[in-house]
Write a protein that binds this ligand. Sequence first.
Ligand SMILES: [Zn+2]
Length: 399
Amino acid sequence: MTLPNLSEIELLAVERIRKHGAMSRTSLAKLLEISQASVTAIAGNLLEEGVLAEIGHGRSVGGRRPLILDINPGLGYVAGIDIGATSVDLALADFRGEILSRDSYQADVRVPPEVLLEKINQTIIKMLKVEGARPEHLLGLGMGVPGPVQYPEGLLIQPPLMPIWEGFSIKSYIKNQFPKVVPCIDNDVNIMAIGEAKVGGGIGMDNFMYVKIGTGIGCGVIMHGEIYRGSDGCAGDIGHICIDYNGPVCHCGNTGCLEYMAAGPAIAAMAMQAAESGESEHLIKRMQENGGSLSSIDVGELAAAGDRASIRIINESGKMIGGVLAGLVNFYNPQAIFIGGGVSKIGHQFLSAIRQYTLRRATALSTRSLRIDYSPLGDDAGVYGAIWLVLEHIFALVK
Ligand SMILES: [Zn+2]
């Protein structure tokens, strides 16, 4: 198992099959605008190299039924890793992106990178072993990390959650363990957007946003079918859009940032305030049961049970988020907004509030066919996106 060096036209052939699915040589020739003789030679080489496989016969269009070409799943293994602030999700997949095994565990990203990455490496080795494979059979590894990433270098730049990772080469560390691996490191929200684009709610969509609402708020932008990273890799950092110039000071140093005022901790803080002021008996009771604290999940549960203060808080957060999303919808006219992250688990009222305020504030034309939903892939968006990030990168023309 090794990655062959492919010519430009061979890479293009693989890219077309990856994008459009399995097809005959004739269809591939048409897509590439080359002769039947050329496609026969290209396909022959790609079959020999183990990049493509023949997966049976297609429908006849006069004459013999054509053999169908697809990516060879057995070319090697790829791993997808989604590092969250408090957890790590991993998956091992074949070259067609089918997940072979999964694992996840609690972890703290504030530990030194070597500690976290060593456990990830050992977990992947275990997963490979179950498949009867060795470390050198891992040919690709995609990883999402909860911080700003300089892409394609894969270096974290001033990550607020994991400051000691700044400048640490995740790629070199991984390559020491897996000699043949191509590593791809990106921001966690970007890989979630890629996951939705490839196997989730965004299939067939050219333009959509994936908004992660948890401790912070970030956004993955899919534009013309590709992830849009911006000129420095920090596109989609919507959490620090100002919604109140006289608002509280955010950890970024500015005032009135969306995430400081509307994300999970803000929802919890508004609930604590409502309990302390005596606005809601239910919140007071829940706070006592929790030993003096409240989370956004508590607020969601109590809102679903009809607690007026909790409904008000969810509505306030939804209004602030919806107001910013409306501006983004006006700006870039996406087909859909998928909402993920921990706070997306607090129930339907939160989604309704976001929907209501986005639709109310954005222009009529830009919302005519806009879909706003919770992420269809949920917690799986990250690992799927990590797998597809590296699968597409490995055979990409421009890296
Ligand atoms: Zn800020």
